[in-house]
Design a protein around this ligand. Structure first.
Ligand code: CTP
Length: 400
């Protein structure tokens, strides 16, 4: 549809980037990127109207995104160089605009396009050997200044390498090491560093990515104290087991990167976490949420370690009000011997509530003078610790 619409507007349009890579590798990819030789927002608006979807335009960058009701997105960008409109121009010249656009991209596997318009609809444009690199399993930049143009590509390179089990090509590796020694990553804005770390920690093979970042000495760009040692690797292994159990047991999807983030930075104290957050330039609600999750995680580890008597009520008191991601991270740090506790908490304890309610207490003649909360809390505690089990016993306890 996009191709036909573009044609009717006299434009050339291409499918580009990650989606082309993933089609060739037979992976699924939910992000569609379109490059248009011409007015991309105009095409996006027509497409959105046709599909009854929403469109939002970025005037400065001549881009637009079409968002469908179910969240599906199609990004439209105007190709970054002038399109040669001379009708007598040779095909190579006609391709110059999209070729230049692709040349500015990060890696050969991400720099391919599929033509959506014209007689050669469906034609794969692969100017820089992307297909060969997919076959050879190689991450390769297109030119020597790629990491200088955008140092966050050092992190992207790691992410794609571990995701697909590709090796970094020898020349690319040299450039990568050079970029690290020049500390180019220090120039990357905080939000981008934060997002790249979040993406890396969202990968299934994030541990390999962290090890690769360690190998290339990139971890220090997040925090000078950041280290990956055997202890941490063990914690990640426990987390993996816990998450395997969780996804088998429950339907909801955890934001796995959050637990991984907590474990990764578990050694940082408050001051250091604040510094990390300021490096990431995260403020406001985002900061509050992340910091809250992290501090609760650290506090829970500390509290559980201090428990003399590991009672259900004590555990529930500690874990209640925490994000599940923080609870699983805390248990992974505490160690395998605490796994049963987590399972009990997640399957049983957290659902325990008193059977009696305020109305019961009222009909018993207890005046509602602000002690209902206290009574119900004590009933819940006794119930969790199996001191009482029936509603009668709860009422007895309330009376006492
Ligand atoms: N790109 C780039 N340099 C960057 C970021 C992006 O050249 N620093 C280009 C690449 O061509 C990439 C495309 O923009 O394929 C889209 O970027 P993004 O959506 O971040 O990545 P995807 O390749 O779609 O990867 P993912 O599967 O992780 O979404």
């Amino acid at each position: 549809d996009i191709g036909r619409l573009a044609e009717s507007m006299g434009l050339n349009a291409y499918l580009v980037g990650g989606v082309v890579r993933d089609i060739l590798m037979q992976n699924t990819n939910m992000d569609i990127d379109i490059v248009v030789e011409g007015d991309a927002p105009a095409l996006a608006k027509r497409f959105a109207a046709m599909k009854k979807a929403k469109v939002s335009e970025h005037f400065k960058f001549k881009t637009a995104v079409v968002i469908f009701r179910d969240g599906f997105r199609v990004d439209f960008a105007t190709s970054r160089t002038e399109y040669y409109t001379n009708p007598a121009s040779a095909p190579e010249v006609e391709n110059a605009s999209i070729r230049n656009d692709l040349y500015r991209r990060d890696f050969s596997i991400n720099a391919m396009a599929v033509k959506l318009t014209g007689d050669d609809f469906g034609l794969l444009l692969d100017f820089f050997g992307g297909q060969k690199d997919i076959i050879d399993k190689k991450i390769r930049v297109l030119h020597s200044l790629s990491f200088v143009d955008d140092p966050s590509r050092c992190l992207r390179g790691v992410r794609f390498a571990v995701r697909y089990g590709f090796a970094v090509g020898p020349h690319t590796e040299k450039l990568l090491k050079h970029a690290v020694s020049l500390k180019l990553l220090e120039r990357v804005v905080g939000q981008r560093m934060y997002l790249e770390l979040k993406y890396i920690l969202s990968e299934d093979s994030y541990v390999d990515a962290l090890l690769m970042m360690k190998k290339y000495d990139m971890l220090k760009f997040f925090h000078e104290k950041l280290a990956i040692d055997d202890f941490k690797l063990d914690r990640f292994a426990v987390l993996k087991k816990i998450n395997g159990w969780y996804s088998f047991q429950f339907e909801d999807k955890l934001e796995l990167w959050i637990s991984r983030f907590c474990i990764l930075f578990a050694d940082l104290n408050r001051q250091e976490m604040k510094r990390l957050a300021s490096r990431f330039e995260i403020t406001g609600r985002l900061y509050d949420e992340l910091a809250d999750t992290f501090y609760k995680f650290k506090h829970a580890v500390w509290q559980v370690r201090r428990l003399k008597d590991v009672k259900a009520s004590a555990i529930t008191g500690i874990f209640e009000g925490m994000k599940t991601e923080a609870v699983t991270a805390a248990v992974a740090v505490l160690g395998q011997e605490y796994e049963w506790l987590l399972k009990e908490y997640l399957t049983v304890y957290r659902f325990v509530t008193p059977s009696v309610d305020g109305n019961d207490l009222k009909s018993m003649g207890i005046p509602p003078s602000g002690i209902y909360g206290e009574i119900l809390k004590e009933i819940k505690r006794a119930k969790l610790d199996h001191e009482i089990s029936s509603k009668e016993e709860e009422l007895d306890l309330a009376e006492r």
